[in-house]
Write a protein that binds this ligand. Structure first.
Ligand SMILES: Cc1cc2nc3c(=O)[nH]c(=O)nc-3n(C[C@H](O)[C@H](O)[C@H](O)COP(=O)(O)O)c2cc1C
Length: 350
């Protein structure tokens, strides 16, 4: 049984947050209603909100976050609803607070170390906190800081391997993406031992990256994980919030179409080799203007180099093949049809 703080999903399956708006309220609500943890990705929620007018991105993000949590809750009144908020976002604290006020159960946070997360949630002790890391060293840094400064421990820790995961990868350098030192086989047992050696309370470890079927899940449980986080598997579903064109790009993808690029955030990210990515690799990409200074470190904002990742991810969500950055996990080529969330849960849990 997986227990994250005070929250116990029926199944130990977490649908990973996928931005921009690939996992919105609809997917998260459907996953939570099926017995997993449904996660809304917080990044860029404002992008197609009726009140968004390009000058009020952060204010509308806050409203959109609150509305998304409420909508997911309506879809799954008894389910476990989470948000994924990237520590690298400029409005990290505002989004976290907005989700807490709206009644979210768990906050998953990676893409940078979520050092100050307990500070932003201190008025909401029932909200469980789960950092996303790719190494024991990163977990240790977060735990030490939380313990010393806030007397708080994580309620769970997600280990996401850059070898297979989608989107931004928990790797600071390209070489790490293929380094076996960052494999689940290596990190999960080491982290489970570290936690057992240092703490009396049970802090469950959740494994993510490249998990597709029940055999993959069982492999990760055998390493000592109490749960799995899955992203790519949930994209080609009726309920996924992305456009049909986004999902079709997954269905059409071959293994060779999946590429790892250096993102404007300064860390590697896994994406489809779209015309946009091909132009970026050959140094010819032309970017749309900065959407909202949404990242605390952005190469494009700082030097005009690379591109506005928010615009490129919104374009992908909307299905603009020529200008979109389509984030994928290494399993995207295995998507062959549109499923339902309930169907996937039936397969994974029988
Ligand atoms: C389209 C897409 C967008 C993603 N966006 C985010 C994000 O906003 N924040 C985050 O922490 N992880 C993000 N991820 C990672 C997922 O949450 C998940 O942990 C990861 O993809 C697991 O690997 P899998 O796709 O092989 O199952 C994204 C993944 C994909 C495929």
């Amino acid at each position: 049984m997986l227990k994250i703080g005070g929250h116990t999903p029926k199944y130990p399956i977490i649908q990973g947050g996928m931005g921009v708006k690939v996992s919105g309220a609809r997917l998260a609500g459907a996953v939570a209603a099926s017995g997993g943890v449904g996660t809304i990705a917080s990044v860029g929620l404002a992008c197609d909100h009726p009140l968004y007018d390009e000058s009020n991105y952060f204010d509308i993000n806050e409203i959109a976050m609150s509305e998304a949590v409420e909508m997911a809750r309506k879809l799954a009144p008894d389910g476990v609803i989470a948000i994924n908020c990237m520590a690298a976002l400029t409005d990290y604290d505002r989004q976290v607070r907005s989700a807490c006020l709206a009644g979210v159960d768990i906050i998953f946070s990676g893409a940078g170390l979520p050092m100050k997360l307990p500070e932003y949630t201190r008025d909401f002790p029932d909200v469980a906190l789960a950092p996303i890391v790719s190494s024991v060293r990163a977990a240790d840094l977060v735990i030490r800081k939380w313990k010393k400064q806030y007397d708080r421990l994580p309620d769970a820790i997600v280990v996401e391997t850059p070898l297979y995961a989608g989107g931004h990868l928990g790797a600071t350098r390209m070489e790490h993406v293929t380094d076996a030192a960052f494999s689940l086989e290596h990190v999960i047992p080491e982290l489970v031992k570290y936690l057992a050696d240092h703490f009396d309370v049970d802090i469950p470890v959740i494994g993510g990256g490249g998990i597709w079927d029940r055999a993959d899940m069982d492999r990760v449980f055998a390493m000592g994980a109490k749960g799995v986080q899955m992203g790519t598997r949930f994209v080609c579903t009726m309920e996924c919030d992305a456009s049909d064109r986004f999902k079709q790009a997954y269905i059409d993808a071959k293994e060779a179409d999946i590429e790892v690029i250096m993102s404007p955030v300064g860390i590697p990210g896994r994406a489809l080799k779209t015309p946009f990515v091909e132009k970026y690799i050959s140094g010819e990409v032309s970017s749309k203007p900065c959407m909202a200074a949404c990242l605390s470190h952005c190469k494009y904002l700082e030097s005009g180099d690379t591109f506005c990742i928010a615009q490129a991810l919104v374009d992908a969500y909307l299905g603009n093949w020529e200008t979109g950055l389509f984030f994928v996990g290494s399993n995207a080529w295995r998507c062959s049809k549109i499923d339902t969330v309930a169907g996937i849960f039936e397969e994974l849990t029988k």
